[in-house]
Design a protein around this ligand. Sequence first.
Ligand code: AMP
Ligand code: GLY
Length: 417
Amino acid sequence: MKVLVIGSGGREHAIVQKLKQSKQGLDIFVAPGNGGIASQATCVPIKDDDIEGLLKFAKENAIDYTIVGPEIALTEGVVNAFEAEGLQIFGPTKEAALIEGSKDFAKAFMKKHNIPTADYQTFTEVEAAKAYLEEKGAPIVVKADGLAAGKGVVVATTLEQAIEAVESMLVDNCFGDAGSRVVIEEFLAGKEFSLMAFVHGEKVYPMLPARDHKRAYDHDQGPNTGGMGAFSPVPDLDQAKVDFAVEHILKPTAKGMMEEGRSFTGILYGGLIETPAGPKVIEFNARLGDPETQVVLPLLENELMQVIVDVKNGDDPQLTWKKGYAIGTVVASKGYPGNYLKEVQLPDLPIESDCFIIHAGTKLSTSGSFHSTGGRVLLVGAVEKNPEDAREKVYQYVKAFDQTDDFFYRKDIGSTK
Ligand code: AMP
Ligand code: GLY
């Protein structure tokens, strides 16, 4: 079976590593991939949002199944385009991916279907938005409606910050069209967790919960990043809360999307927060989370390709999970998430280890060494029976990066915040 994975980050490398465990012997292509992926699969230089290029490649190379990593391809209709040509692809259509592509759509949808989330209002006019901010006061959250590469959310602790965010989106157009509408929502306090599920129409098959660490430095200090590490499952989250989130959030969302004529097949990601009134939705994504995937997939006992085929066909994939903990810390380039060093050769890494290494921003040189290309370079992860052992393994391994100050990593991943 020939499989094409679309994307180039850690999430896609984790998908590839999981697919490689298949007994079927899959022939895996990745567009465009990265250095780590190139050592395990065939990378093809097609950008992840070049829908025509991807379609042409899939047809010319008789790809049997395509798996989509990033949101941009989904919201631009890669699934619609492949399905129109009779090709098998896993992910939601453009219409269903709107749950991630428009925060205004997602909020209105949740309100209509009684899915717990923060109160909000949407604005296109700056004066009306400012008047609302003044009425509500800080803390308050300002979000660009559309996709803004993870930078479109401002959690404002002062009214001035909130006004500045609204002005930069609505007046200065800092996110272009994506910020021509803003959602202003109530600030929720609580512990966050991510709950992803395989979904086919109304059918929802939840994965284990995970938590990512978004701030750059230890103890959740410093700027927001794409994610500096993650762990799964979440020891401080009891099963009742997970069950509540499946019954009152994920299932009604899948059902509601069907009722809206936007039937969802693919991965539904709930970014959730525990509040005194129960879990509420912070955001929905229409794809696997990054870096959550890197720690959730290693705990999945099933063969990923079979799960995808089953879910797509409307069959129960009968998910089973390892009884253990996965933890992963991201090694980032000095300076990230601001301007960061690039093209730095990675140090020699331990060969004898049962950690898993997932590349995000690397390339493979002709001499066989890896060089950094991105802010987040790679993730070092481990699965153990208890979280402390997993942490110890990971932190023993990442010491290899202490030889230079070209890289940094958080030292507190997996400590329950
Ligand atoms: P992003 O990944 O850029 O969408 O980051 C969103 C982050 O902003 C979330 O993980 C939360 O930590 C925070 N956030 C978003 N909405 C709210 C909210 N209503 N209340 C509190 N924090 C929020
Ligand atoms: N980890 C958050 C995301 O994938 O959007």
